[in-house]
Design a protein around this ligand. Structure first.
Ligand code: FAD
Length: 290
């Protein structure tokens, strides 16, 4: 099923997982998926190694298992900046052959050490390429605090509109820790005619080190409220764990009460954290507003 159709009658809940590193135990991800599957999310998305070369085997395999083994709609992430046209066709054909109907079309981060392939410079080019040749549902990324390379949010939104006009039917945001960024972003996006469903990307931050890395990597701001949490609990792993989960629940409750289209939980492959959050909010997700 095309996940963009889910938004017609519900607030969508999706989970994101990443494939294991080559050196890790391959079976762990399947234990995680088994636990996540019990929560019956609307879909599970599977990331594609940072940067995104042509080696997509694990993403395709896991996305295929999510759909065909666990019976949950799956989304395969596809960053394009290091792909040739042939690479893209090979991957897209594999996804299609495995019954996967949803693709999160991305550019991917550009590494200082490796030059891009040159065929796809931005996500909109991949979206156009896919839409001309296939019948996938296309999802794409957006950034409530703007993408770190963009000069301004309005410049970033112009590019986002281009991605939607190219065929993206659904958006998922980068994580944010202050819902006000999301609401401002959404208001501006709707004003310029971006009318597709937008899922809010929420990452439970369960250790202080993790957030320092994310702030640097994604260019997001650390709100005073979260800084206080780290100040008080950062040195106490158990307390920080609980505080991080509570903070994410608080964000989600606020988003749901404001009528958000969907919640995309960056699970970091931690089914226990996902379950705690799910248990705290599942009754709110099924409540219709308006
Ligand atoms: P683009 O949409 O191409 O945008 C990148 C920058 O270029 C922005 O500043 C934008 O304003 C600008 N821009 C866009 N279009 C144009 C244009 N036509 N001309 C000029 N400028 C333009 N990375 C991975 O490697 N693997 C993953 O699995 C993965 N999953 C992600 C999931 C989500 C929900 C999100 C939010 C991000 C994910 N990323 C992933 C990270 C993503 O690849 C990076 O943020 C990357 O730097 C930008 O990708 P993009 O698709 O947003 O790029």
């Amino acid at each position: 099923m095309k996940t963009s159709e889910l938004f017609r009658d519900r607030t969508v809940l999706s989970f994101e997982v990443f494939p294991p590193k080559p050196t890790s135990d391959e079976t762990v991800i399947y234990k995680t998926l088994e636990e996540l599957a019990k929560l019956r999310p609307d879909c599970v998305s599977v990331t594609y190694g940072a940067g995104g070369g042509a080696n997509c085997e694990k993403t395709v395999q896991i996305a295929s298992d999510v759909k065909n083994k666990y019976g949950i709609e799956s989304v395969a992430h596809l960053p394009c900046v290091y792909l040739s046209e042939n690479d893209a066709v090979n991957i897209l054909d594999k996804l299609k052959a495995n019954g996967i109907e949803n693709i999160l079309a991305l550019r991917g981060d550009i590494s200082e050490n490796t030059a891009p392939n040159g065929r796809f410079s931005h996500a909109n080019e991949l979206i156009e390429f896919i839409c001309e040749r296939y019948d996938f549902n296309i999802i794409t990324a957006c950034y409530p605090e703007k993408h770190f390379e963009a000069e301004s949010l309005s410049e970033d939104l112009t590019h986002l509109k281009n991605k939607v006009d190219s065929g993206a039917a659904q958006l998922i945001t980068q994580l944010f820790l202050d819902n006000r960024y999301f609401y401002d972003f959404l208001e501006q996006a709707r004003k310029i005619g971006i009318n597709v469903p937008v899922e809010a990307g929420i990452m439970p931050v369960v250790n202080a080190k993790q957030i320092t890395r994310m702030v640097k990597l994604c260019g997001i701001k650390l709100p005073e409220k979260f800084r206080k949490v780290i100040e008080k609990y950062g040195d106490n792993p158990t307390a920080m764990y609980d505080a991080g989960i509570a903070y994410a629940i608080d964000q989600i409750v606020d988003l749901l009460s404001q009528g958000v289209d969907g919640i995309h939980l960056y699970t970091m492959n931690n089914a226990y954290v996902a379950e705690r959050i799910y248990n705290a909010v599942y009754s709110l997700i099924s409540v219709k507003t308006g």
